[in-house]
Design a protein around this ligand. Structure first.
Ligand SMILES: [Zn+2]
Length: 98
């Protein structure tokens, strides 16, 4: 538990949203890997990946919204000088925008 930041302790909503984003990202990555390794191509594979990507995008957007409007997280943000809380997910988000 030593790696958990104080943000997660202060704000259970943030913790939940971050976890949902991470789970959605993991499912998306696993789905992509499974489709690639199985050699699936075509519309079904595309649709599946689009759904998984959409799930992650929704979870990520909710996390961003929370970070903007949650007073608890903003207080912690100021006192800790942190930037965006979901930094560990940023590479995946760049992938979304690509
Ligand atoms: Zn919060």
């Amino acid at each position: 538990m030593g790696t958990e930041s104080s943000v997660q302790v202060f704000c259970p909503d943030y913790q939940r949203l971050l976890k949902e984003s991470q789970i959605a990202l993991t499912i998306w990555n696993n789905g992509r890997a499974a489709i690639h390794s199985a050699g699936h191509r075509g519309r079904d594979a595309d649709n599946t990946l689009r759904i998984l990507q959409g799930n992650f995008a929704r979870a990520w957007a909710a996390l961003q919204r929370h970070d903007q409007y949650c007073e608890v997280c903003q207080r912690v943000s100021i006192s800790e000088g942190r930037s965006f809380p979901g930094r560990s997910l940023a590479p995946a988000v760049r992938c979304l925008n690509a």
